[in-house]
Structure formats: C-alpha cells, structure tokens
Design a protein around this ligand. Structure first.
Ligand code: GLP
Length: 263
C-alpha cells in the first residue's frame, strides 16, 4: 500500500486526478479506452474538478472511457437528486464530458434488485474490468457501502446501511428518516479486482478510519483494510486525515524517494 500525505485537500485532489489521467493514458497506449471506478461523497469532488480541467485543457481524452459507480440506494427513483444515478450524472458524467452511455450505476430502482447486482458484475467484466477505482472512506471504515462485517471477498449485492452511515448521509436529505435503508454496492471482492485502487480522504473526521485501514489488522470490521491485500493500492490523505498514522515519517520518506512519474 502506498501512503501519500499531502498538505491540503487541493493537493490530494490534484494528485488523484493526475494518477487517474496517467492510468487512462497507459490504457490508451495499449489500445484500450479504459474504465474508471467512481465514488460518490464529498471526498472525490475535488478530483473530479481537476479531471475536468485536464480534459478541458486537452491533456486527457475521456471520449471513450467508461465509468462504473460503486453503489446506489435501493428504492430511490433515478431522478431523485440524491440517487447516485443523479449524483454521478451531476458530479462526474457532465463535468468530465463522459459519454452517458458508458457511465454505469447499479440499478437500485430495479424490480428485481438481486438480478441487477448480477447484471452489474457482468457489465464490469464485459468492459474488461476497472483500470482504477477511486474511493472515499466512511467514518466507520466502509468503502462503497460495504459496512463493517462485510465479507472481504463479497461481490455486488444488496446491503443494509449502518445507522452511522445513515446519520452521516442525512445531510443530503430533508430529514434523517428519508435516507434509504438498503443499497446495492460493489463488493469488497469486486473492488479488489480493479487494476489499481486509489483512496482519497481529507479532514480530521477520517483520521481514525484511515489509521485503522492502513495500520490496523485486515478485518471485516474495517472494510477498507482489505486494500492492504491489493497489489496496487494508493491512499492519498491530507495532514489532518493522516494525523493518527504512526508511520508518517516513513511514508513521507518513501514518497520523497519515488521517481517523478509516481509522484
Ligand atoms: C458514502 C459513499 C462512499 C463514500 C463515503 C464517504 O456513503 N457510499 O462511497 O466514500 O460515504 O463520504 P464522504 O466522502 O462524503 O465523507
């Protein structure tokens, strides 16, 4: 696991965007359009802004790139402003100029959500897999909507949201009881299949979860700790989110010695 500690959220966003752009460029050089795994939440918004800037400056060609969202609420209509269909359209598809036909979000409004989960796995496989999965982390260590005790090898499935997650996400709804109870999320095994995993976290409220993910045991009690098993996982944090890491000096030393292309 590579741990990158930067001064502020803006630098985290810029680093993450450059890493994604690099992965897309490598895919293109191999004759593939590439696929990005995208996350909702506030953490990746800066990354999307920087990616949009790179695309607008002609430094990144996203015309044929596909995108796969991590998760979706069950039971919200697609046009509900907080459905992840709507959130991804607003924060990713439109600003990055992606082809909407190539942007996929699990179908939480399906009449048969189980079948929708299986279809989503098929879609990812059909695209040749995800080249780089962008992730945030929940305060309880979740990635996607894989709540504590999620199987470390799980696939896309229906989950029940933890009370903590519903409280954290209540800010997006008029009242806490409007937050859906169920969701569809890529599993931890699905996320682990991505060629690279790139997790961004900023602010002191994420410090405990970041420390558990990076330096704690691999355990379903901290689902993000599964990234310790990933051969190409990068965790990019600002100073505050890094504040509970015990090996901070080591991570910074490693980072300083990296060749320019990895920085
Ligand atoms: C949400 C999403 C996650 C996201 C997390 C953190 O519930 N399902 O993908 O990473 O919570 O959100 P934020 O970045 O707003 O803190």
């Amino acid at each position: 696991m590579q741990v990158v500690i930067l001064d502020d959220p803006e630098s985290v966003a810029e680093f993450a965007a450059r890493r994604i752009a690099h992965v897309i460029a490598v895919a293109a050089s191999r004759g593939r359009a590439g696929a990005i795994g995208v996350a909702t939440g506030s953490s990746p918004l800066g990354t999307y802004r920087h990616l949009a800037d790179l695309a607008a400056a002609g430094q990144l060609d996203l015309a044929h790139v596909s995108a796969f969202a991590l998760d979706e609420y069950v039971g919200l209509p697609y046009d509900h402003p907080e459905s992840y269909h709507a959130v991804i359209a607003r924060t990713v598809t439109e600003p990055l100029g992606l082809d909407p036909a190539l942007v996929h979000v699990p179908d939480g409004a399906a009449t048969d959500p189980q079948a929708a989960c299986a279809r989503y796995e098929e879609l990812i496989r059909g695209a040749g897999g995800i080249d780089i999965q962008l992730l945030g982390i929940g305060a309880n260590g979740h990635i996607g909507f894989n709540e504590p005790t999620s199987s470390l090898t799980s696939r896309t499935r229906i989950k029940t949201l933890a009370q903590r997650t519903r409280e954290d996400n209540a800010r997006f709804f008029d009242s806490p009881d409007q937050v859906p109870i169920h969701c569809i999320t890529q599993g931890l095994g699905t996320i682990a299949d991505a060629g690279q995993a790139l997790l961004v976290a900023t602010g002191g409220s994420k410090a405990a979860a970041v420390a558990a993910m990076v330096e704690g045991p691999v355990t379903s009690m901290c689902p993000a700790s599964v990234l310790q098993m990933h051969p190409h996982a990068t965790v990019v944090v600002d100073d505050e989110a890094a504040s509970r890491l015990t090996m901070r000096d080591y991570y910074q030393d490693v980072f300083r010695r990296l060749p320019g292309t990895d920085r």
